[in-house]
Design a protein around this ligand. Structure first.
Ligand code: AKB
Length: 318
């Protein structure tokens, strides 16, 4: 990995991954790919090249790959689960037509491609506890349909054309830098903002609903480690279960209260998000990722909560 295009570089994952890749590969060109209306700013703009890169515009993407001699593409353009239910055709267009554009370019230009999958690639028929790496995947959401299709299409391009496609199934990602938007697990980010800003939190997910979650630093390490893994050790490719913590709203609330005792939460569940959450795993088994490329998370709920509150307090209370 030397010259990298990050498609979706101003989003929740991309804004931090682009900066980390620039530190990790100082001699490379790490191109921040963005869309109109989501232009990079500040250090993201100043620390390296940035290019308009709409995932649905194959010609534009091919031009960037050519210009910077790109060898690896992080395909982070996505419409998250709740928004995808409201705009299913948009989700299909971004997730599927975007991916096929990138895979075709990767096939011609010999690039590796990382396209994240998600806990959303599972559905109500999947075993919810210790969800195996290889198991039934019949999601009932458009987000899930596209995520399973992305996994299959990525494997297809690897088997048929030898494109180096690899990916992970991300849990809900929690970060103190760029907030997510339109996801089902977003509550686990929003709750920290409410706590630090001294607001009551209205939780859209019901007590007792467990989902896999992960702190962004672990997710970023996973995204880089999988692309740097020894290919001869990989039995799987698209996509690996990765896990670090699983909790329900009450557990995260009580963890935050240990640091901010006056914090208050009440429930007002959102039927759409609740139905999506109910169809997802409670906790995935990530033993294949651990065995095949040495995946190991560093953060648990306690250490993440401490770090989130410290970082957000510094930023929001200025
Ligand atoms: C979402 O909630 O849609 C995402 C995801 C788990 O893929 N955060």
């Amino acid at each position: 990995m030397k010259n990298v295009l990050v498609v979706g570089a101003t989003g929740q994952i991309g804004s931090e991954l682009t900066m980390l890749l620039r530190k990790h590969i100082p001699a490379g060109n790490i191109v921040a790919g963005y869309i109109k209306g989501a232009e990079p700013k500040g250090v993201l703009l100043e620390s390296g090249p940035a290019e308009l890169s709409d995932v649905t515009n194959a010609q534009q993407l091919a031009g960037i790959v050519e210009k910077y001699n790109i060898d690896t593409i992080y395909n982070l353009a996505a419409i998250l689960s709740a928004t995808a239910e409201a705009k299913p055709l948009l989700a299909w267009n971004i997730q599927m037509n975007g991916l096929i554009n990138l895979l075709e370019i990767a096939r011609e230009k010999n690039c590796a491609v990382f396209t994240p999958s998600s806990i959303g690639a599972f559905g109500p028929d999947t075993p919810h506890v210790n969800t195996p790496q290889d198991t039934i995947q019949r999601p009932k959401t458009m987000y899930g349909v596209t995520k399973v299709s992305c996994e299959l299409l990525s494997d297809y391009y690897h088997i048929k054309y030898g494109v180096d496609t690899r990916s992970v199934r991300f849990p809900g990602l929690i970060s103190n830098v760029t907030p997510p938007g339109g996801g089902t697990t977003d509550y686990a980010v929003d709750i920290y903002y409410a706590a630090v800003e001294g607001r009551e939190f209205v939780c859209p997910i019901q007590n007792g609903t467990f989902m896999d979650m992960m702190y962004m630093p672990d997710a970023l390490r996973a995204a880089i480690s999988i692309m740097e893994a020894d290919p001869t050790k990989l039995i799987h490719r698209n996509s690996f279960n990765i896990a670090s913590m699983s909790f329900d709203p009450e557990i995260i609330y009580n963890e935050i209260k240990k640091v901010i005792p006056e914090f208050k939460m009440r429930y007002e569940f959102d039927p759409l998000r609740q139905a999506i959450a109910d169809s997802w795993p409670d906790k995935m088994d990530d033993s294949c990722a651990r065995a095949e490329w040495g995946w190991k998370p560093e953060y648990d709920l306690t250490s993440m909560t401490k770090d989130m509150i410290e970082k957000l307090s510094l930023r929001l209370k200025k």
